[in-house]
Design a protein around this ligand. Structure first.
Ligand SMILES: NC(=O)c1ccc[n+]([C@@H]2O[C@H](COP(=O)([O-])OP(=O)(O)OC[C@H]3O[C@@H](n4cnc5c(N)ncnc54)[C@H](O)[C@@H]3O)[C@@H](O)[C@H]2O)c1
Length: 257
C-alpha cells in the first residue's frame, strides 16, 4: 500500500487517464478527490472506486476558474484533512483546428491555454501553501509528446501549452523543493484512454498516418493506459522521492532527452 494515509486530488478524474490514476491511487490506500466537469461521470467514477473498496469523493469543478479551484481544495481539506498529492490531468485540445496557424482563432488559443496551462497554475497555487506547511507534497502535471515534437495529430495551442507545462514544472520544482515538495511532469505518446482518443485514432487519422506514426515509435505500438498509470503513480510515490523537475517521456521511445 504505497499511498496509505495519503490524500490526493486528481483533476479530470472522471474519465480517461485521470480515472485510472484515481483508481490506482485508491487501490493503494490513498483517499482521493476527483474533479471534473461532468457530474454524471464524476459520480460514476467515484462509485466505481468506492465499490472496489477505495475511498473517493468528487467535486464538479471547472479547473480554469480560480474560485472553483479554491472551493475544490477547501472541500478536500475539510473532508480529507489535507492534500498530499496533486495530479494535474485535466486537459485536451478542445476541438481547436489542427491545420495552419491561420485557422487558429484567438478564442481557440485562449481556451486551450486556459485548460492546459492556467488550470495547472491555479491548482498548484491552491495546494502549494498546504504542502509547504506540511513539508510534503507530490505534484504531477500531464504534458504530452506534442510538447516534445510539436503537434503532429494535435493543434498548435495544445502543443504550445503542453510545452509550457514542462518549463512550469521545472520552475516550480526549484521553488517548492526546499519545502519537501516534488514537482514532475509526464509526457505520454498516443494512448487510447477512452472513446474520445479511440475516435481520434480510428477516424481522424488515415491508415497511412497511423502507419507513419507507428513506424517512428521504436516499440512499434501505442501505449496502454497501464503503461501511463505506472509512471504517474511512481512519481507520486516515495520510490521517486529524489526526483523533481523531471519530465518523464512515456512514448515507446519516439522521443526522450
Ligand atoms: N490520451 C493520450 O493519448 C494523451 C497523450 C498525451 C497527453 N495526454 C494528456 O493526458 C491528460 C488526460 O488525457 P485523456 O486521454 O484522459 O483525455 P480525456 O479527454 O479523456 O480526459 C480529459 C479530462 O479533462 C477533464 N476536463 C476537461 N476540461 C475541464 C475543465 N474545464 N475543468 C475540469 N476538468 C476538465 C474532462 O472532464 C476529462 O476528465 C490530458 O491532459 C491530455 O492532454 C493524453
Amino acid at each position: 500500500m504505497r499511498f496509505a494515509g495519503k490524500r490526493a486530488i486528481v483533476t479530470g478524474g472522471n474519465r480517461g487517464l485521470g480515472r485510472d490514476f484515481a483508481r490506482g491511487l485508491a487501490a493503494e490506500g490513498c483517499r482521493v478527490m476527483i474533479a471534473g466537469r461532468s457530474k454524471t461521470d464524476l459520480e460514476k467514477a467515484a462509485r466505481g472506486i468506492n465499490d472496489a473498496g477505495g475511498e473517493c469523493l468528487y467535486q464538479q469543478t471547472d479547473v480554469t476558474d480560480s474560485s472553483e479551484v479554491t472551493a475544490l481544495v477547501e472541500r478536500t481539506v475539510a473532508e480529507l484533512g489535507g492534500v498530499d498529492i496533486l495530479i494535474n490531468n485535466a486537459g485536451g485540445s478542445m476541438g481547436a483546428p489542427h491545420g495552419s496557424i491561420d485557422a487558429i482563432e484567438q478564442e481557440h488559443w485562449d481556451a486551450v491555454m486556459h485548460l492546459n496551462l492556467r488550470a495547472v497554475y491555479l491548482c498548484c497555487k491552491a495546494v502549494a501553501p498546504l504542502m509547504k506547511a506540511q513539508g510534503f507534497g507530490k505534484i504531477v502535471n500531464l504534458s504530452s509528446l506534442a510538447a516534445r515534437i510539436g503537434g503532429t495529430v494535435t493543434p498548435l495551442p495544445y502543443s504550445s501549452a503542453k510545452g509550457a507545462i514542462i518549463t512550469f514544472t521545472r520552475h516550480l520544482a526549484q521553488e517548492l523543493g526546499p519545502y519537501g515538495i516534488n514537482v514532475n511532469s509526464v509526457a505520454p505518446g498516443i494512448i487510447l484512454s477512452g472513446p474520445r482518443l479511440q475516435g481520434m485514432w480510428q477516424e481522424r487519422l488515415s491508415d497511412k498516418e497511423k502507419q507513419a506514426y507507428l513506424s517512428r515509435v521504436p516499440l512499434r505500438r501505442l501505449g496502454t493506459v497501464e503503461e501511463i498509470t505506472g509512471p504517474v503513480l511512481f512519481l507520486c510515490s516515495e520510490e521517486a522521492a529524489y526526483i523533481s523537475g523531471l519530465n518523464l517521456d512515456v512514448n515507446g521511445g519516439l522521443f526522450s532527452v
